[in-house]
Write a protein that binds this ligand. Structure first.
Ligand SMILES: Cc1cc2nc3c(=O)[nH]c(=O)nc-3n(C[C@H](O)[C@H](O)[C@H](O)COP(=O)(O)OP(=O)(O)OC[C@H]3O[C@@H](n4cnc5c(N)ncnc54)[C@H](O)[C@@H]3O)c2cc1C
Ligand code: SF4
Length: 328
């Protein structure tokens, strides 16, 4: 690790101004950033600690919805009574993330800003990786592609985004509040992340001179009947191979409205909007759900070793919808 300067932000404008300075990185829980520094993925010359900005740590709930401060810890959000009652998919996604110790340290803003777990991006030796070193190539194209994306990838990068809670937030129409020197701008969570195209080094639409202040989630009958299902290689302390966040509004036994977002299959949480349209008015029978999913999955473009994600994701969505349907 190289030497760096360290300071604490006294207020939000100081933190915002700091991110406009080249070589400066904000630190919240440090559970991602410190790893990147050890691995040489980033080499900041100055760290600015934002943990003293208590106004960014609140979790508020009112009839319009939920507001989660960027510095709220993952464990605090997962344990929050209103989150568990009115937005269960968020609590479930957080409880299936990382470990209890990490969740106590890690912030919600840091979670959204975590980077891909692609083994070439995280490698200790220099390997071609356009996300880490733009223009160097992509080792995954001819290498290990089992964990890679089936939607939204480009020939410059095949990686998936690893956040669990971002998938639940995408299904619930969450909005990210971004602070800059001019004030606050709001970005729908589904638009917060960028597809790789020919510039995979940029993960999100957050610019230098901007910080995440909060995440807002609208209250709705859908959110109350939401569920997060994570499929992984082992039962705990593992990233998703595939995950599904769903939210349902029922009219008797019929689906009035459904939201579906997938994780582990794309460079960003992937909403299945065609399937959502096809599900309206239908039943929760397995065959009806499977038919409604077909059009969305026709867009999938698997690589050599990850075609299994198509069937796995379909089954995850079907099970998640049926589980949500059984909720009181
Ligand atoms: C072993 C391990 C297992 C994990 N497993 C999972 C998992 O299963 N599921 C999952 O979803 N995640 C998982 N994670 C990721 C974990 O959730 C993140 O490391 C954590 O949420 C990052 O939050 P932090 O506060 O520690 O961020 P930091 O490390 O402090 O910061 C990370 C990045 O976010 C930036 N940042 C932080 N706050 C803000 C802000 N308010 N505005 C703008 N930028 C900001 C920092 O500058 C930095 O670039 C795992 C991590 C580890 C180490
Ligand atoms: S898939 Fe993306 S992150 Fe992985 S090696 Fe290729 S460019 Fe890098």
């Amino acid at each position: 690790m190289r030497p760096f300067a360290f300071s604490r932000a006294a207020d939000i404008p100081t933190a915002v101004a700091a991110t406009a300075q080249p070589g400066t990185a904000l630190i919240a829980g440090g559970t991602e950033l410190v790893n990147w520094m050890k691995e040489g993925i980033v080499v900041p010359t100055r760290l600015v600690d934002i943990n003293g900005l208590t106004e960014l740590a609140a979790i508020d709930n009112d009839p319009r919805g939920l507001r989660i401060g960027a510095l709220a810890r993952m464990s605090e959000v997962a344990e929050h009574e209103a989150v568990r009652r009115d937005f269960p998919a968020i609590a479930e996604a957080l409880e299936r993330s990382a470990s209890p110790q990490l969740r106590n340290m890690a912030s919600m803003g840091g979670n959204l800003m975590q980077r891909t777990r692609c083994p070439y991006f995280r490698a200790e030796t220099d390997l071609p990786c356009n996300k880490r070193r733009p223009g160097s190539g992509c080792a995954a194209l001819e290498g290990e592609d089992r964990s890679m994306a089936i939607f939204g990838w480009s020939e410059h990068c095949l990686a998936t985004h690893p956040s669990d809670v971002a998938v639940a937030l995408a299904a619930l129409d969450a909005v990210v509040h971004v602070r800059n020197t001019f004030g606050t701008r709001q970005v729908a969570l589904v638009d917060f992340y960028q597809l790789p195209g020919n510039a995979p080094e940029r993960d999100s639409v957050l610019h230098a001179g901007e910080i995440i202040a909060a995440i807002e989630v609208p209250a709705s009958p859908l959110a109350k009947r939401s569920h997060y299902l994570k499929v992984r290689e082992r039962a705990s302390y593992e990233f998703a191979l595939v995950s599904a966040a769903v939210a349902l509004e029922l009219d008797g036994k019929r689906i009035r409205q459904a939201h579906i977002a997938l994780g582990g299959v794309a460079p960003k949480p992937w909403r299945l909007t065609r399937a959502e349209d096809a599900l309206a008015g239908g039943s929760l029978e397995t065959s009806a759900l499977r038919t409604a999913l077909e059009e969305s999955f026709a867009e999938a473009k698997p690589r050599r070793h990850n075609g299994f994600k198509i069937e796995l994701a379909k089954r995850a969505v079907i099970r998640a919808l049926q589980t949500a349907g059984e909720k009181a």
